[in-house]
Design a protein around this ligand. Sequence first.
Ligand SMILES: [Fe+2]
Ligand SMILES: [Fe+2]
Length: 288
Amino acid sequence: MTPRAVESASTPLRQILHVSDVHFGKPHLKEVSEGVLALIAQHPPDLVVISGDLTQRAKPGQFKEARAFVDRIDVPSLSVPGNHDVPMYRVWERVGAPFWAYRRYFAKDMEPTFQDSQMAVIGINTAFNWTIRDGRVTRSGQRSLERRLAAVPADLTKIVVAHHQLIPAPRFDSQKVLKNASEVVKVLNRGGAEMVLSGHLHQSWIGSTEAYYPSGSRPVLLVHSGTTTSSRGRGCERRRNTCNWIRLRDSEIEISNLAWDASDQRFFEQSRHLYPRRDQETYTLKAS
Ligand SMILES: [Fe+2]
Ligand SMILES: [Fe+2]
């Protein structure tokens, strides 16, 4: 990516690099994770978000590799677990202590929060041990999210990070969405969340809550990253690697979808998307 692709006319309030499904283990692509670190070094964002599936098989060695990768990021970062961070085949571990390796070798806190003078980024854990693929937010998880959103000062941008998707994505109609998704959307709306950053599908796309759960509320943006550093791309991103560069501005959120160029060994901007801020009066088009 050229510097021009990241910097634009006015200085953003905050910039976030959103990567996902890094899948340390067999499918991990070392040269691409080096490319992510090079991008961060060249254009340091205010925060790097990793929206789950740190590993392929939740093995201690894979979590250690994921930790070493995150430790090389010289700006703040926030990570949440995905379904691949729960053991699939080690059944007793999966039943009795599904997150022991994550907590011991990667991070104790599976629902971290990042907050500064502009934004609060709230991580939630949607992975659990009863299923190898799907996600959920329990009733107590919803109450916890509601409390955490309510505790954020009203003038900060509220962003939630969750591994699983809240609405069906193109080409993934048959795949279940996050269990209790419609209840979670109500919590997001009540709490004033502006955006959710997710992964899991290994295909990047952007949707909104109003497209699937229309309530007349301001839409919450649902931003997905593909698999940023693994060979597991799906849908229209088979064998491809993507991530999102997000700029928060006073009047808009600007999202650049970045894709890995293997011949150039760097990320390039393949599309750019603009959305009005939640508090902007752009909801109704006015005659000019
Ligand atoms: Fe994944
Ligand atoms: Fe996943």
